[in-house]
Design a protein around this ligand. Structure first.
Ligand SMILES: NC(=O)c1ccc[n+]([C@@H]2O[C@H](COP(=O)([O-])OP(=O)(O)OC[C@H]3O[C@@H](n4cnc5c(N)ncnc54)[C@H](O)[C@@H]3O)[C@@H](O)[C@H]2O)c1
Ligand SMILES: CC(C)[C@H](C(=O)O)[C@@H](O)C(=O)O
Ligand SMILES: [Mg+2]
Length: 385
C-alpha cells in the first residue's frame, strides 16, 4: 500500500512573515531552462529592488545537467539547498540527450523525486485569459475571452509513483510494461481540501475530474471528494466530470470551469491543454506546494529542446511563476502584483516572443527571450516609480 499522508490544512507557508531578504534555491535545469531563468531573475530582482527586498540565490543542479555533472538527476546537495531555502524557483528539465538512459538516470526521475521528497502534493496551475493575447489562442476569441481556470493537480501520487513499475519479460519472452494508478484516501483527502479552499477564494465552483466509470481508483477519488466537500466545502458548488469529456469541454466552452481538481496524470494533460486557452504553453505558471516548508514555482512547460539555445523561448511563464512565489511563499503580494502588471504592460506595448506573435500584425514587435526579460524588468521599475 502507498504511504498514508496525514490530511493537511491548506495554507502552507514557508516563511512566517514578510522578510527583507529571501534565500531562493534556483534550478535552471536543461534546454531553454537557463535562458528563461536569466530573464526571470532579472525581472524578480528588479521587482525586489522597488521595495528594498533582496534575494540570495543558490543555483543548484537538477535533471540532465545534474546527471552530466554529478551522475544523478537529484543530487543530495540540491535537496539540502531546497530544504534550507525560503522558496524554490525552477525552470524545466529534460531533453533527448538523456531519453535513452535507464529510468534512474533520467532527468524526469529527478523532478519526481524532488516533488515526493519535498512533499509537493498540491500543484496549482492557473489558466487565465490575457486580453492582449486573445488572438494568440488557436480557439475563437469569444470562446477564450474571460476564461479564468485554476487546475488543482495532485502531484505526489497516481500512476507516476504506483509500485511495482517497470518493463518485464514473461517466460515466453514477451515483454510487458506496468505502472499502477494508486491513490489512498488520505492522499485524495488532502488535495480535495486544497481544492475546496481554492474554490472558496475564487468563484466557488469546483469540478472534480475522474474516470470513475471505469477505474476503481477514480471511484474512490470521487467518493472522497464528495465527503470532503460535505465537511469543508461550504459555499462550493461541486460537480464531477469524466476526464475524456473534460478534455472536450475545455475547448468547447472553457468558461464553464472555475476550479478543477484532478489526479496527477489527468492534471498533467489537461493543464497543457488549458494553456492553449491562454495562447501558449509559454504563458502558464505553476505553484507546487507542500503542507509545510518551501514550495517549488515552475512553468508548466518543459525544456523545449526544439528551440533551446536560440533565444526564442518565452520567459513569461517562469516570470509569472516567480510572481506566484512572491504571493504564496514569500508573503509579498505587492511584488507578485508588480510582476504581473509589468508582464501585462509589456504585452500591451505589443512585445511578443515567437510563440505568441501574430505575424503580419503591425502593432506587435517580435522579441527574443533575453529582450523580453529586459523589457519586464524595465517595466517593473517604471511602474513602481
Ligand atoms: N516541468 C518540467 O521540467 C517539464 C515539463 C514538461 C516536459 N518536460 C521535459 O521537457 C522535454 C521536452 O518535452 P516536450 O517537447 O514534450 O514539451 P515542452 O513543454 O518542452 O515543449 C512543447 C512545445 O512547446 C514549446 N514551448 C514550451 N515552452 C515554451 C516556451 N517557454 N516558449 C516557447 N515555446 C515553448 C516547445 O518549443 C515545443 O514545441 C522532455 O524531456 C520532457 O520530459 C519537463
Ligand atoms: C516532466 C514530467 C515529469 C512532468 C510531469 O509529467 O509532471 C511535466 O510534464 C510537468 O507537467 O511538470
Ligand atoms: Mg506536463
Amino acid at each position: 500500500a502507498p504511504p498514508a499522508p496525514k490530511p493537511t490544512k491548506t495554507q502552507l507557508r514557508a516563511v512566517a512573515a514578510p522578510q527583507d531578504s529571501y534565500k531562493i534555491t534556483l534550478l535552471p535545469g536543461d534546454g531553454i531552462g537557463p535562458e528563461i531563468t536569466t530573464a526571470t531573475v532579472k525581472a524578480l530582482v528588479a521587482a525586489g529592488k522597488t521595495k528594498g527586498v533582496t534575494f540570495d540565490f543558490d543555483e543548484q543542479l537538477l535533471g540532465g545537467c545534474a546527471i552530466d555533472k554529478e551522475g544523478t538527476p537529484w543530487p543530495d546537495k540540491t535537496l539540502k539547498s531546497c530544504q534550507a531555502a525560503d522558496s524554490i524557483l525552477m525552470a524545466a528539465i529534460g531533453g533527448p540527450k538523456w531519453d535513452g538512459n535507464p529510468r534512474e538516470l533520467r532527468p524526469e526521475t529527478g523532478l519526481l523525486a524532488m516533488r515526493q521528497q519535498l512533499g509537493l502534493f498540491a500543484n496549482l496551475r492557473p489558466a487565465k485569459a490575457i486580453p492582449q493575447l486573445l488572438d494568440a489562442s488557436s480557439l475563437k476569441r469569444e470562446v477564450v475571452e474571460g476564461v479564468d481556470i485554476m487546475v488543482v493537480r495532485e502531484l505526489c501520487g497516481d500512476v507516476y509513483f504506483g509500485k511495482p513499475a517497470g518493463i518485464y519479460t514473461d517466460d515466453a519472452g514477451v515483454r510487458w510494461g506496468q505502472n499502477n494508478m494508486i491513490y489512498s484516501e488520505p492522499e485524495i483527502e488532502r488535495i480535495a481540501r486544497v481544492a475546496m479552499d481554492v474554490a472558496q477564494k475564487r468563484q466557488g465552483r469546483c469540478c472534480s475530474i475522474d474516470k470513475a466509470n471505469v477505474l476503481d481508483v477514480s471511484q474512490l477519488w470521487k467518493d472522497v471528494v464528495i465527503r470532503v466537500h460535505g465537511e469543508c466545502g461550504q459555499g462550493v458548488e461541486l460537480s464531477h466530470m469524466y476526464v475524456d469529456n473534460a478534455a472536450m469541454q475545455l475547448v468547447r466552452w472553457p468558461k464553464q470551469f472555475d476550479t478543477i481538481v484532478c489526479g496527477n496524470i489527468f492534471g498533467d494533460i489537461l493543464s497543457d491543454e488549458a494553456s492553449m486557452l491562454v495562447g501558449s504553453l509559454g504563458m502558464l505558471p505553476s505553484a507546487s506546494l507542500p503542507s509545510e516548508g518551501p514550495g517549488v514555482f515552475e512553468p508548466i512547460h518543459g525544456s523545449a529542446p526544439d528551440i533551446a539555445g536560440t533565444d526564442a523561448a518565452n520567459p513569461l511563464a517562469m516570470i509569472l511563476s516567480a510572481a506566484m512565489m512572491c504571493q504564496y511563499d514569500l508573503l509579498q503580494p505587492d511584488l507578485a502584483k508588480l510582476l504581473e502588471d509589468a508582464v501585462e504592460a509589456v504585452l500591451d506595448a505589443g512585445y511578443r516572443t515567437r510563440d505568441i506573435v501574430n505575424e503580419g500584425n503591425a502593432d506587435e514587435t517580435l522579441v527574443g527571450c533575453k529582450e523580453m526579460g529586459d523589457l519586464v524588468a524595465a517595466k517593473v521599475a517604471e511602474l513602481a516609480a
